[in-house]
Design a protein around this ligand. Structure first.
Ligand SMILES: [Zn+2]
Length: 316
């Protein structure tokens, strides 16, 4: 399974900043350590079997070209990021220090999602070891999301394959409001989001299907809702491609997610989704989404576990 990554996904932030930038290099190291270049003995072998190492490869990316980014975002907004000239309210909303280096870092992340998109169409499953920046709108960023990588990839696909039906499967703990807004009028894109109703973002934008859960929902209730709502929407829409924004923030020890999923619940979530997309042979690009565990290393472990699980479902 092909994964895409760049060391500069980790952008330097002050130590006290709440965004855990270190999760990108930490997770990549865990994925590298937990994987093998050799083909797996069985495509569905359990991860806890030490004899088994999922097979994957990690590839570098270059920043996404501006003309692709401009298919979604306004030039004014990109200039405000590049020159660090966001007004104080917009800067607060974004939560990251706007500057040219941040824009370049965000273009790298977009490139990883673009590469994973095309790899998924060829191979079935592929990952960007970042991405899923679903709170970004065309003319502003919010919630640590500068550019909307999924929207840019969908717009790029639709240039050459306008008929392609795309399912955005968002299991991050927060609603994918930016992506919902961008594709609100596009019947070729189905936006599914399962999230806490009374949590960030305060103002929601309706998607094709929003599954709103109560604060501090437990794993059993979460999985019941996921299983009851996802498959019917998925089969009804019959997508040609899935973007799965996995999200590590539904975890019980996350600072912002307000859900109570355990590590075992994450395994069940991931396996449910991976079974659905692989049994139906639906190409799927897997992206990180958010993760703000009180234990920073744990955030990286959750992201890495999702990628390694996906590799066990991969059939070349
Ligand atoms: Zn989130």
């Amino acid at each position: 399974m092909r994964c895409f990554y760049h060391p500069d996904y980790t952008f330097p932030l002050p130590a006290e900043h709440p965004f855990p930038m270190d999760k990108f290099w930490r997770a990549e190291a865990l994925i590298r350590a937990g994987s093998s270049p050799l083909p797996p003995p069985s495509a569905c072998h359990p991860l806890d079997d030490k004899r088994f190492s999922p097979a994957l490869s990690i590839h570098p990316v270059d920043p996404a070209p501006f003309d692709l980014v401009l298919r979604v975002h306004t030039n004014d907004y990109l200039e405000q990021i590049r020159t660090g000239s966001l007004d104080p309210r917009a800067a607060l909303k974004l939560g990251l220090p706007a500057c040219e280096a941040l824009l370049t870092r965000s273009r790298l992340e977009v490139a990883g999602t673009l590469a994973a998109t095309y790899a998924a169409l060829t191979d079935g499953l592929a990952c960007n070891l970042a991405g899923g920046t679903h709170h970004a709108f065309p003319d502003h960023g919010q919630g640590y999301c500068v550019l909307n990588d999924v929207a840019i990839a969908i717009r790029d696909l639709h240039v050459t394959r306008p008929e392609l039906r795309v399912f955005v499967l968002d299991t991050d703990a927060h609603q994918g409001n930016g992506t919902h807004a961008i594709f609100a009028a596009d019947q070729r894109v189905f936006t599914y989001s399962i999230h806490v109703g009374k949590n960030y973002p305060a103002v929601k934008t309706s998607g094709s299907l929003d599954v709103e859960l109560p604060r501090y929902v437990g794993g059993a209730d979460y999985l019941e809702q996921l299983e009851a709502t996802l498959a019917p929407a998925f089969f009804d829409f019959a997508p040609d491609l899935v973007f799965w924004i996995a999200g590590a923030d539904p975890h019980e020890h996350d600072r912002f997610g307000q859900m109570k999923l355990t590590d075992a619940d994450f395994a069940a979530r991931d396996e449910h989704i991976l079974r659905l997309v692989t049994r139906t042979r639906t190409p799927t690009a897997i992206l990180y989404g958010g993760g703000y565990n009180r234990d920073r290393e744990h955030t990286a472990r959750i992201h890495a576990a999702t990628v390694l699980r996906a590799a066990t479902f991969f059939r070349a």
